[in-house]
Design a binder for this molecule. Structure first.
Ligand code: PMP
Length: 301
């Protein structure tokens, strides 16, 4: 899209530059978030999904990583709405806030007070598959005392990148991480859920996951709409192979069925009933088609 927000004002995306000495660029000292806006054809309306919740997580990431974000949640939400109004569209868009260290000294110092902030919006540039075949990564999820995965740091995506590359080389659509203890953690950029015997389980925060906003919405759908028990618990690798259904969740991919893990068929080898029902409801909620959940959707026009 043409315009983005650069710390103090809106600029043409093509005119922006950053020093090659920048610490965010050199050392990955930054945090991000990922938000989506969905077009509702019937209402002629673009809705931003859980806008404030994303910026609250952005602030929590900043706090965990000692990166002071120079605007409040309200200000960031306001700026984002202005940004989308400047880039009018009738398509779904992805919104990326990023806050990263300024300064051009050599040391990777977090205490340097100057931070850059930018927000840009774009279209999602790939056509997702309806279901995924995944592999357990030989890369371990980075531990909470390494680079805390509970915060959405830019540096943490090196861990994800290595796993994504390995998965692709092995012919998988996506990687699933284990923790150092061998518990199932999450996908390279998604949370994971299993369905077993009419119950749903997902790893707890302590198993080195990002607390996903989609994960949270799925828990609400299960409790409020489907009345299916959902709980956090550590999951062993074999529990994936034995699961009735598995799915990944994330802002970019929504709810995505997994039909194979390590070339082993999951359940019947096709998207499961519970997964598809969650997916159906989630797709309606984000697009502002479920009145009880309209409070999650920020209208733009
Ligand atoms: N884990 C990781 C590592 C991610 O990058 C993402 C995507 N933001 C998620 C989980 C899912 O989070 P959300 O549902 O908030 O997009």
């Amino acid at each position: 899209m043409a315009f983005m927000f650069d710390r103090t004002h809106f600029v043409d995306e093509r005119t922006l530059s950053v020093s090659v000495k920048n610490k965010g660029l050199n050392y990955g000292l930054g945090c991000i978030d990922g938000i989506r806006a969905f077009w509702n054809e019937d209402k002629n309306q673009l809705y931003i999904f859980r806008l404030e919740d994303h910026f609250e997580r952005f602030h929590r990431s900043g706090k965990a990583l000692s990166i002071q974000i120079p605007y409040s949640v309200d200000q960031l939400s306001y700026i984002t709405k202005q940004l989308l109004l400047m880039n009018r569209t009738t398509q779904d868009v992805y919104i990326r806030p990023i806050c990263f260290k300024g300064g051009n000294t050599l040391r990777p110092e977090l205490q340097d007070p100057y931070n850059h902030l930018a927000i840009y919006a774009d279209y999602i540039d790939y056509e997702p598959k309806p279901s995924l075949k995944v592999g357990i990564s030989s890369w371990t999820r980075m531990g909470s005392n390494m680079i805390p995965p509970q915060a959405k740091s830019t540096a943490g995506y090196m861990n994800s990148g290595l796993a994504i590359q390995e998965a692709a080389l092995n012919g998988y659509d996506e990687a699933v991480f284990l923790t150092e203890e061998g518990h199932v953690s999450e996908g390279a950029a998604e949370n994971i859920f299993i369905v077993r015997g009419g119950e749903v389980f997902t790893p707890p925060i302590a198993d080195d996951i990002l607390p996903g906003i989609t994960r949270d919405t799925v828990a609400e759908i299960l409790m409020e709409e489907l009345r299916i028990p959902i709980s956090e618990k550590s999951i062993a690798r074999v529990e994936l192979y034995e699961a009735d259904e598995i799915f990944l969740t994330g802002t970019a991919i929504g709810i995505k069925p997994i039909i194979e893990v390590d070339r082993r068929r999951i359940g019947k080898g096709e998207p499961g009933e519970v997964t598809l029902e969650i997916q159906r409801l989630y797709n309606k909620i984000v697009r502002g088609q479920m009145p009880p959940y309209l409070f999650y959707c920020t209208p733009l026009y």
